[in-house]
Design a protein around this ligand. Structure first.
Ligand code: GDP
Length: 297
């Protein structure tokens, strides 16, 4: 289960304060030490942990929490609020264009869940807005990628524009956009190539597609199971492409929490959606407060 170790350790750290009418500074110091270790063990970015611990400590000291009624409960509340803040406070909606179509470009490393998420998003837009999305198959390097996108699209009854693997991806996108204009699609979801790691050629290609398509949304898909690597990936893509949002996938798995808690603080970019399973319906809007509650258990 996601966050299992983190939840248990945070609960343990704060449980020790329970029942105390008054919390001493050394009690608080010990609790903060345990919270710090719990976060580091969950693979949260070091600087994020440092800032987080400082915020919680300052608030606990500053508001006379230690002297007040039920200090343990107040500290739990502060931790909850600061976790929420670290993850961005409010849910951030998908960027939309004033006039159709809204163009969404999916980027990410191979295996992160980009193609699956493209399908999930198309389905969500269809279900919730009665939208008519078109998906563009822009990953020509893995022949199976186009086949996979076509299969995903068939399952949710959404059209795919594809020109096989012999045409340059930028040209595929150009023609796909023209097709969408002719068909009056209201959303275009561009699936792009992934690699096992970030390389210059991939980034150049994505930059060219971005320059051509002027996407309203560049959604970076990262795998929550990869912790700090997901954060480094997000930084790498964001530096080159200035992404507009992140989708954190595989939160149904045994993830520790580092990616969820670090990405916003490190990159400044919001997590907009979370993937919580392999089914097309397993995509949810990311709510920082709900995630904080989930982490605290
Ligand atoms: P891509 O290479 O980035 O396009 O990745 P895919 O979309 O092919 O996904 C890679 C694998 O991850 C597939 O087996 C997906 O079913 C799986 N996957 C994607 N998102 C999720 C998720 O949220 N939860 C789980 N458990 N699996 C996922």
């Amino acid at each position: 289960m996601a966050f299992e170790g983190l939840t248990e350790r945070l609960q343990n750290a704060m449980r020790k304060l329970r029942g105390k009418g008054k919390v001493s500074e050394s009690d608080l110091r010990e609790t903060m030490r345990e919270i710090r270790l719990a976060l580091l063990e969950a693979d949260v970015n070091f600087t994020v942990v440092k800032d987080f611990v400082k915020q919680v400590r300052d608030r606990a000291m500053g508001a006379d929490v230690l002297e007040g009624l039920n200090p343990a409960q107040q500290i739990v509340k502060i931790v909850d609020e600061e976790l929420t803040k670290t993850m961005g406070e409010e849910a951030v909606p998908l960027n939309k264009s004033d006039k159709i179509p809204t163009i969404i470009m999916m980027v990410g490393l191979q295996g992160a869940g980009k193609t699956t998420t493209a399908g999930k998003l198309a389905r969500k837009l269809k279900e919730e807005e009665n939208a008519r999305p078109l998906m563009i198959a822009g990953d020509i390097y893995r022949p199976a990628a186009i086949e996979q996108l076509v299969q995903v699209a068939q399952g949710i009854d959404v059209p795919v524009f594809q020109l096989g693997t012999d045409v340059d991806p930028v040209e595929i996108v150009r023609q796909g956009l023209a097709q969408a204009e002719a068909d009056h699609n209201d959303y275009i979801i561009i699936d792009t190539a992934g690699r096992l790691q970030i390389d210059e050629q991939l980034m150049d290609e994505l930059a060219k597609i971005k320059a051509l398509a002027h996407p309203d949304e560049i959604l970076l898909t990262v795998d929550a199971m990869t912790g700090q690597n997901a954060v480094a990936t997000a930084e790498g893509f964001n530096d080159k492409l200035d992404v507009t949002g992140v989708v954190l996938t595989k939160l149904d798995g045994d993830t520790r929490g580092g990616a969820a808690l670090s990405i916003r603080a490190v990159t400044g970019k919001p997590i907009k959606f979370i993937g919580q399973g392999e089914k097309m319906s397993d995509l949810d809007v990311f709510h920082p407060d709900r995630m904080a509650s989930r982490i605290l258990g």
